[in-house]
Design a protein around this ligand. Structure first.
Ligand code: PMP
Length: 397
């Protein structure tokens, strides 16, 4: 018999299983609200016009080749990514390119385990489905959820969050969502961020900011970087896990940057050198194509302006869908309050629908939604929004 015979079949990954089921579904009015990727008004994947333009230039650029990148990635990319995030350059900041936000989180987990001896990581309840697994794979034995979503008020459980973080044991890491929290769409206010920073400092918690949606919450890149810049201005030494999957629509190119903010240049250099060794054994060096696109755009004032327009297009469409879904639900007299849909930020809305209602949307209406009730606002279009609103009304009534 096979050496693999005793291996158990793994549990399906919910979001990818939903996509596969959706693709097989032959129902004409099916709607995919599961995947965290932008869709245009026709419900189609959208290649940003600026990305198309840069790719066309790259295709005919004779100076480009397929040599390995440096272990820490493209220098032009790493520098520009940090400037975009922190609004300035400084010898205290450094970056390591990694395959997507996921790759940067792997680096953060491996580094804090190896050099700080951390065992405990705090993640929001709920959080992005991959955080726990990434840190447990890195050897974190204590994965603790801090309170975040207040189901009754459909907002932030700020007091609960602070109380939980105040109980952090020494050498804890906390993952904070910098902006556009996934899955709830609920972000702390600036005052609340100040309170969170205070507790992190008092408890000496190492902060890992997860920044996967810069530009998606407000449409403004600087506004969406506020929390990261605040921690930097407060003198924290911390990591920021930057993903360009969403704001450049480069999902399958795997573009991420682990931004290191240290006390001084020396501390940064030491940290980067050790991160390079982790990269070396993990993937040796990162992929080129997506990072080169991002670097080209961020380093050209004209391309940068065009990119900002593309971000505006995406964020505005999401805002419009939020408003329209809310007004349709109100117009048909859907029971309950739905104002949270327009208050929440970013790509997702945590609808408050329970697992049973979400399952009914899936089975009866062919609307693919996560069991948690999270919907991707970009899956809504002028053509399907009435259908979705009616279906939500039917499952809650
Ligand atoms: N963090 C959060 C909060 C996310 O939502 C995502 C993507 N869904 C990531 C990290 C990872 O993004 P990437 O696809 O760039 O690995």
């Amino acid at each position: 018999s096979s050496i693999f015979a005793d291996i158990q079949i793994a549990k399906p990954i919910e979001v990818f299983a939903l996509i596969a089921d959706y693709n097989k579904d032959e129902f004409k009015e099916k709607v995919n609200l599961s995947v965290g990727a932008y869709r245009d008004t026709d419900g189609k994947p959208w290649v940003l016009p600026i990305v198309r333009r840069v790719e066309a230039q790259m295709a005919s650029d004779p100076t480009l080749n397929h040599e390995y990148l440096p272990v820490a990635g493209l220098v032009d990319f790493r520098k520009a990514a940090i400037k975009l995030l922190l609004g300035e350059e400084d010898s205290r900041y450094g970056g390591v390119q990694a395959p997507g936000g996921t790759g940067t989180l792997r680096l953060a987990a491996a580094f804090t385990k190896k050099f700080f001896g951390c065992d405990t990581v705090f993640v929001s309840k709920p959080t992005w489905g991959n955080h726990k697994g990434i840190f447990s794979d890195a050897g974190f034995s204590n994965i603790v959820e801090y309170r975040y979503w207040n189901a009754e008020e459909k907002g932030l459980d700020y007091d609960g969050m602070l109380e939980d973080l105040r109980n952090a044991p020494p050498k804890s890491v906390v993952i904070l969502h910098a902006v556009a929290h996934n899955p709830t769409g609920v972000d702390p206010t600036q005052d609340q961020w100040e309170g969170i920073a205070k507790v992190c400092r008092e408890q000496d918690i190492f902060v890992v900011m997860d920044c996967a949606y810069q530009g998606f919450a407000s449409g403004n890149l600087d506004t969406d970087a506020w929390s990261c810049r605040y921690f930097k201005d407060q003198g924290f030494e911390f990591f920021i896990c930057q993903s360009f999957s969403k704001n450049f629509g480069l999902y399958n190119e795997r573009v991420g940057n682990l931004c290191v903010v240290a006390k001084d240049c020396d501390a940064k250099m030491k940290t980067l050198s050790q991160l390079e060794l982790i990269v070396r054994t993990a993937w040796s060096n990162p992929p080129n194509h997506g990072a080169r696109i991002v670097a080209t755009v961020l380093n050209s004032p004209q391309a940068y302006e065009q990119w900002k327009n593309d971000i505006h297009t995406m964020s505005q469409r999401i805002l419009l869908m939020r408003q329209q879904l809310l007004s349709k639900l109100k117009a048909i007299g859907c029971p309950g309050t739905w104002d949270h849909i327009t208050k929440q930020k970013g790509m997702f809305s945590y609808t408050g629908l329970n697992a049973q209602q979400s399952d009914m949307l899936l089975k009866k209406y062919h609307i693919y939604i996560m069991k948690s009730g999270r919907i991707n606002m970009c899956g809504l279009t002028p053509a399907n929004i009435d259908y979705v609103a009616e279906a939500i009304n039917a499952v809650v009534t």
